[in-house]
Design a protein around this ligand. Structure first.
Ligand SMILES: [Zn+2]
Length: 437
């Protein structure tokens, strides 16, 4: 095997491929994929017949982007329910090629089963990501993964010569995680979430253990699941850890920050990334807000074709200082969460850093009241910690109102509610950021 241990990139050729070669690779993969998927996936045939096209109509990437119909979670679920097909008409291969099933996280409904082959596509992306954090063959990776789409497989790390140490993603498992970290000295943690950071903070308060010492072997910790509250970022950094934000690349692979921390690198050899206006479906300019639409370029089991993710992102193909050439995205939230306040787009991600600046509201618990998408005044419900309150609640409300109005430049009204009350009225383990009432 080629000794890559001194290389900066896991796959130097692919990760630094010039943009025009990425485009050529994508076009050839798309043209190869189309007849394959059309012959095998009943959902694709149904969608294409409704749109009045066949593979003969697609001779170039331009044809693909102009003619191929979109699919989304609802299309797949509807096919699943009508045809009693757990995979929603997406599968192009069965056993023995079909090797396992993972599940989507179910953010916007019930978790969807995702079939996989022997080598899951996210293996490719996560190896590139762990490598650039600094993991090298012989290093240990602490795998503390919450529910994910690849069926919790650990074999992906072994492929690169990493040693896997799995720990359950549960707040009650923090003592195990600390012990594993001290004993095995892992290089990378995959991955932290808000509940686990809160559990680490609690553990530190209760035991007075030195987390900086216990976690000193990590070259990086990967965080995902939702937007990272700046308050929790500071806390994790105070333990001497470098955080790398990771997200899903539309249920196809992962996408993660590099050491430049300037957006999450997509993998354009694995997924065709389109960045479209959710209303007009036209491409959005580099750096602007648009919907992430993805096509799997190397999945022969159940490829997604022009899959609308409902994720709002900004996206750029400008060069990154790390030398990789693949485009970078910044996750902004769900389309269903976006509000237009007097013409201005507002998402929970715009509110979070402002609210968490105040000690009384540093947990960052809040809700946007969204009776409809467009409103004249943004109504917010903000949670506070009564134990941190030093003066009148109305004075805190006034400070928040002043800060948010100045920063966001929109009309606002704010209701204050204790954190406890806000959590009590929410589903378990999740604060709905957007609510109708
Ligand atoms: Zn980079």
């Amino acid at each position: 095997m080629l000794d890559q241990s001194n290389y900066q990139y896991f796959d130097p050729h692919i990760e630094t491929l010039p943009r025009e070669q990425i485009a050529k690779l994508q076009e050839s993969r798309v043209l190869q994929l189309i007849p394959y998927v059309y012959q095998r996936s009943p959902l694709v045939r149904e969608l294409w017949s409704k749109a009045g096209i066949t593979p003969d109509d697609i001779q170039s990437m331009d044809d693909f982007k102009a003619k191929v119909p979109f699919m989304d979670k609802d299309t797949i679920r509807a096919y699943r329910d009508q045809h009693d097909d757990p995979f929603g008409g997406l599968t192009c291969a069965t056993a023995p090629h079909l090797k396992g099933v993972g599940f989507t996280s179910g953010t916007t409904g019930d978790p969807t089963p995702v079939p996989r082959s022997e080598r899951h596509i996210s293996t490719e992306s996560t190896l590139r990501e762990a490598w650039q954090i600094g993991a090298r063959p012989g290093d240990t990776i602490c795998d503390m993964l919450f529910t994910f789409r690849d069926g919790l497989s650990l074999d992906r790390w072994m492929e690169a010569g990493f040693i896997t140490a799995p720990v359950q993603h549960l707040p009650s498992e923090i003592p195990t995680f600390i012990e594993v970290s001290r004993q095995l000295r892992p290089t990378v943690l995959f991955m932290l979430s808000t509940p686990m950071i809160m559990a680490l903070e609690q553990y530190q308060k209760e035991t007075d253990d030195d987390l900086t010492e216990a976690l000193s072997s990590y070259k990086g910790v990967i965080f995902g699941g939702e937007a990272l509250n700046p308050h929790f970022r500071q806390l994790v950094e105070s333990w001497g850890l470098e955080i790398f934000i990771l997200s899903s690349l539309g249920d196809i692979a992962t996408t993660m920050e590099c050491k430049a921390h300037d957006g999450l690198h997509t993998w354009e050899d694995l997924a065709l990334v389109e960045h479209l206006d959710p209303v007009t479906n036209l491409p959005v300019a580099d750096g602007e807000r648009g919907e992430l639409v993805v096509t799997s370029l190397s999945d022969d089991v159940a490829p997604l074709i022009r899959y609308r993710t409902d994720d709002l992102i900004s996206f750029t193909t400008k060069p990154c200082s790390c030398g990789r050439t693949h485009g970078r995205l910044t996750p902004l939230g769900r389309i269903g969460d976006e509000m237009i306040v007097q013409g201005k787009s507002i998402l929970p991600v715009d509110i979070l850093p402002l609210v968490s600046e105040f000690p009384e509201t540093s947990s960052g618990l809040f809700q946007l009241i969204r009776p409809q998408r467009e409103v004249d005044v943004l109504k917010l419900r903000i949670g506070f910690d009564p134990g941190s309150l030093t003066g009148e609640l109305n004075a805190l409300r006034a400070r928040l109102l002043d800060k948010l109005s100045t920063e966001l430049q929109i009309p606002l009204s704010i209701d204050m509610i204790s954190n406890e009350e806000l959590i009590k009225n929410s589903p378990p383990n999740k604060i709905p950021r957007v609510t109708k009432t």
